[in-house]
Ligand binder design. Structure first.
Ligand code: PEP
Ligand code: MN
Length: 337
């Protein structure tokens, strides 16, 4: 339920509503806009319906949240959520690019890539230390050693780190190193993992699954948020359709729909959608034009030697020229990059 307060509502009137919500076993969510405070009541709404809330002092209107996602919905929070990642503001006018290798492979390699992507204008560094691989015989990542390398790359470049956590038991370890916790496509409905990162103070980069509907995707965000962590970044990375020409089908429409339905920042990962470096530039340009708040792009100086996803990695020079192409596109829609 959403309780919109009058512009002149006093703090005592706001507190009274919040206390009523809490006393009925619901969780209050307060959103202070420029002129009005909006209070959401999350949980079983039936006891609240029995209260004549619309007549409480300071209340302007009361509406039910029709959507199954509450905290993630635009209805509850009309203005976009800004997420601060070590001083990098995600979800605002600047389009951010998270770039780096698929996997952290060596210390020297990771630092070389971090320096290259930073010089090209990336504002965050990616790299997997725990890798979700289709085959148990493929490279599984360096584990904690990889996290230490990422931390060193951050020290050298100042770039915040985005890295995947695959298991609820790893969250405590990964959050010691990471600035943003990535949940991979294959774990988008691992509800125990979502609840665990929902208890973290670190922002969560949530990737859409291969066959997750957009509504299910927002419900996954809701799992994280329901535990008290409001800092969720959504990422479309290609879905499975009948089309097999590319690795996955990039659902560019997801940007428009998610931004309309939710206040959370929306990113696009063209690398995993394409599966091949040749298609990445075009998908990235489309993503920025569509209004994505950021991109995640895989970069490797020697793709043929990469231990995972080499075929889709951009070499640093190509990444640099892509970044230059993206800037005027961002500017054309009133943003920067
Ligand atoms: C990745 O980002 O390296 C990754 C494994 O992505 P996804 O979960 O989208 O497949
Ligand atoms: Mn990858």
């Amino acid at each position: 339920m959403i309780i919109v307060m009058k512009p002149e509502a006093t703090q005592a009137e706001i507190d009274h509503i919040v206390e009523t919500i809490v006393s009925l076993g619901l969780r209050p969510h307060i959103s202070r806009g420029e002129t009005r405070t909006i209070i959401g009541a999350i949980g079983d709404e039936s006891p609240l319906r029995a209260k004549p809330l619309a007549g409480f002092p300071g209340v302007e209107s009361v509406t039910e949240i029709q959507k199954p996602y509450k905290l993630a919905s635009r209805q509850l929070r009309p203005e976009p959520t800004l997420i601060n990642v070590n001083g990098v503001s995600v979800g605002g006018p600047q389009v951010h690019v998270i770039a780096g290798p698929c996997s952290v492979e060596t210390r020297e390699g990771a630092i070389e890539i971090a320096e290259a992507v930073r010089a090209a204008g990336a504002t965050m560094l990616r790299g997997g230390a725990f890798k979700p691989r289709t085959s148990p015989y493929s490279f599984q990542g360096l584990g904690e050693e990889g996290l230490k390398i990422l931390a060193e790359a951050r020290e050298r470049t100042g770039l915040p780190i985005v890295t995947e956590v695959m298991d609820p038991r790893q969250v405590e370890l990964v959050e010691q190193y990471a600035d943003v916790l990535q949940i991979g496509a294959r774990n988008v409905q691992n509800f125990n993992l979502l609840k665990e990162v929902g208890l973290s103070a670190k922002p969560v980069f949530l990737k859409r699954g291969l066959s997750t509907t957009l509504q299910e995707f927002l419900m996954s965000a809701e799992y994280v948020m329901s535990q008290g962590n409001p800092q969720v970044i959504l990422c479309e990375r290609g879905i499975r359709t009948f089309e097999t020409a590319m690795r996955h089908t990039l659902d560019i429409a997801a940007v428009a729909w998610l931004k309309a339905e939710s206040h959370l920042p929306v990113f696009i990962d063209p690398s995993h959608a394409a599966g091949l470096y040749r298609w990445v530039d075009s998908l990235a340009r489309a993503a920025v034009a569509a209004g994505a708040d950021g991109l995640m792009i895989e970069v490797h100086p020697r793709p043929e030697e990469a231990l995972s996803d080499g075929a889709q990695a951009l070499i640093p020079s190509r990444f640099r020229s892509l970044m230059q192409e993206l800037r005027p596109i961002a500017e054309a829609i009133g943003r920067s990059l």
